[in-house]
Design a protein around this ligand. Structure first.
Ligand code: AP5
Ligand code: MG
Ligand code: ZN
Length: 215
């Protein structure tokens, strides 16, 4: 069983690498951002609440996010292991995750930090397009769809995420520096941290990660 965390600034390429790694290691993807976007699309109670925070680039409160992850982990629907993407993002979430994993008798294999310079992020997020149906991620320059504005996988229209506007991106980056960056030290001290330079073509980033984790 391989249980991974993928961390990094907003737009670093967590989701992009996660989707390849999931396939490669047959892992179950647990992305709190994706879960919130699905709930917002359904206009559920959680979705309505999350929308108030996400649009502004704020974090959804810890207790709500922790409860969601706890429920998903307790289903134990990850025969080969899981890839947590976008969680934990605060010290309180990291402590809660340790407790959840203790209860389940499982451990983390590795924490991957996809490291990119701030200057790269704005360009990545300004050009990001996501499928309105399946959530697949594209970039107008770095990963364009075969047919303009249409998902290669399911044919639905591509849209821009509402939190990809520059103001929201800058706020996400500020919150990352305050709340999430300190977690790198938390995992470094546990001997779990692996830093990969994310400012390279995505295939190369993927190869470096799999070389480190082993085939
Ligand atoms: P979330 O969905 O997790 O967003 P994020 O952390 O801001 O990260 P992104 O998804 O924006 O970026 P990414 O690193 O996945 O990059 P991607 O692969 O798409 O969270 C959204 C919001 O939900 C949060 O702000 C918060 O409000 C809430 N939330 C979620 N989790 C929470 C939690 N735990 N607690 C509280 N609130 C929470 O790549 C970006 C672009 O770059 C794409 O267009 C891609 O094609 C392109 N690209 C990727 N890699 C490369 C490369 N190597 N070269 C060139 N282009 C590349
Ligand atoms: Mg993502
Ligand atoms: Zn699609």
């Amino acid at each position: 069983m391989i249980n991974l965390l993928i961390m990094g600034k907003p737009g670093a390429g967590k989701g992009t690498q996660a989707s390849r790694l999931l396939e490669h290691y047959q892992l179950t993807h647990i992305s709190t951002g994706d879960i919130y976007r699905e709930e917002m699309a359904k206009d559920s109670e959680i979705g309505k609440l999350a929308k108030e925070y996400i649009g502004k680039g704020e974090l959804v409160p810890d207790d709500i996010t922790n409860d969601i992850v706890k429920e998903v982990l307790h289903k134990q629907d990850y025969p080969k292991g899981f890839m947590l993407d976008g969680f934990p993002r605060t010290k309180a979430q990291a402590v809660a995750l340790d407790k959840m994993m203790d209860e389940l008798g499982i451990t983390l294999t590795s924490v991957i930090n996809v490291d990119v310079d701030d200057s790269v992020l704005l360009e990545r997020m300004a050009g990001r397009r996501v499928c309105s149906n399946c959530g697949a991620t594209y970039h107008i320059h770095f990963h364009p769809p075969v047919k303009d504005c249409v998902c290669d996988l399911c044919g639905h229209p591509l849209i821009q995420r509402e939190d990809d506007l520059e103001e929201s991106v800058l706020n996400r980056l500020k919150i990352y520096n305050e709340k999430t960056k300190p977690l790198l030290d938390y995992y470094k001290k546990k001997g779990l941290l692996f830093v990969v330079n994310g400012d390279m073509p995505k295939d190369k980033v993927f190869r470096i990660i799999t070389q480190k984790l082993g085939d």
